[in-house]
Write a protein that binds this ligand. Structure first.
Ligand code: NAD
Length: 291
């Protein structure tokens, strides 16, 4: 059998693709909601004063306003009780002027995140993390999908990567990324394998992938030995190091082997916010079909 050779690796410019999606959302909102007070509304809820969460929320709120969407925000102190957070979520759930609700995670220890998330009505669940949304996804029914994995699908589509019949390997099985990622790839008719911390020979599994999505949260986990020549590699990992942000993939090693790869930063990260905007408009449209 001939030894497969690969050409130069193409960098997938997630920042540019995300900018394009955000501009499309903004144009759609401007055309359909001439009165800014009636535009779809994203309500963000922040509990406590975790500095990273404050930055993430500020970025999301800025993107919401830049797209012409309405930005509502509720901040609660780290000492807030389960009942107090629940009351804020219930108020937003009942407000017909609120299209989508996002509870920024993680929330302070002592609060029960799953039961708070599940107070968000499925139609307003723009993070796609409620039990109801996960159930719709697992059954392949229409619903709002988690932003990071749907951003990965949008990247693959923008690059024209074929998914039907392709071998896709997802490294990671979290509720937030790995599991919904596998479901979305399955829905697109890929042959999906999920690898995780107990997988016996990770490289043997990942080398079967035409599309390799890495969401392990382990810096530099994936190197040359894990990648089939010509594969598309999507690096979801984000790690802050003294020399800047890095991912789960040793990029320098994989360059020249992978067919395409997402950089960190500038790959999957910007897509997560873009998909949050898409989901907010979708939630508003589903609440008022035919508007
Ligand atoms: P997590 O810790 O909840 O899950 C990690 C998963 O990886 C687990 O299922 C675990 O089984 C698997 N894993 C861990 N070590 C492994 C190993 N050695 N081999 C194989 N599998 C292994 O993390 P998460 O919330 O899914 O996030 C994963 C990464 O993605 C993190 O770096 C996170 O910062 C990043 N992330 C990025 C975005 C974005 O917008 N780009 C969004 C969410 C998460």
């Amino acid at each position: 059998m001939p030894i497969p050779t690969a050409g130069p690796t193409v960098l997938i410019d997630g920042a540019a693709i995300a900018r394009r999606i955000r501009a499309e959302v903004a144009a759609d909102v401007a055309a359909r909601f001439p009165d800014p007070d009636r535009a779809p509304t994203l309500a963000t809820v922040l509990v406590g004063d975790d500095p990273a969460s404050a930055v993430y929320i500020a970025n999301k709120r800025r993107a919401v306003r830049e797209a012409g969407l309405r930005d509502e925000h509720r901040a609660l102190p780290a000492t807030a009780s389960q009942a107090q957070v629940a009351a804020v979520l219930d108020e937003l759930a009942a407000d017909p002027g609120v299209s989508g609700i996002l509870l920024q995670l993680p929330i302070p220890a002592g609060l029960d995140a799953p039961s708070l998330i599940d107070r968000i009505p499925v139609g307003k669940d723009v993070d796609g993390l409620t039990t109801a949304s996960a159930g719709l996804l697992a059954r392949g029914e229409a619903g709002l999908r988690p932003c990071t994995p749907s951003g990965v699908i949008a990247l693959l589509d923008a690059e024209g990567v074929p998914l039907a019949g392709a071998s896709a390997v997802v490294v990671g099985r979290s509720e937030l990324v790995g599991r919904p990622m596998a479901q979305l790839l399955l829905q697109r008719d890929a042959t999906v394998t999920v690898a995780h911390s107990r997988t016996r020979d990770l490289a043997e599994v990942t080398r079967t992938a035409d599309v390799l999505v890495v969401a392990a949260g382990r810096p530099g986990l994936i190197g040359a030995e894990h990648v089939r020549p010509g594969a598309t590699v999507i690096d979801v990992g984000i790690h802050r190091t003294p020399s800047g942000l890095t991912g789960d993939v040793r990029r320098a090693e994989v360059d020249g082997i992978a067919g395409r790869i997402t950089p960190v930063p500038g790959g999957v990260g910007p897509m997560t916010i873009a998909m949050l905007l898409v989901n907010t408009v979708r939630a508003a449209d589903r609440a008022a079909p035919g508007r």
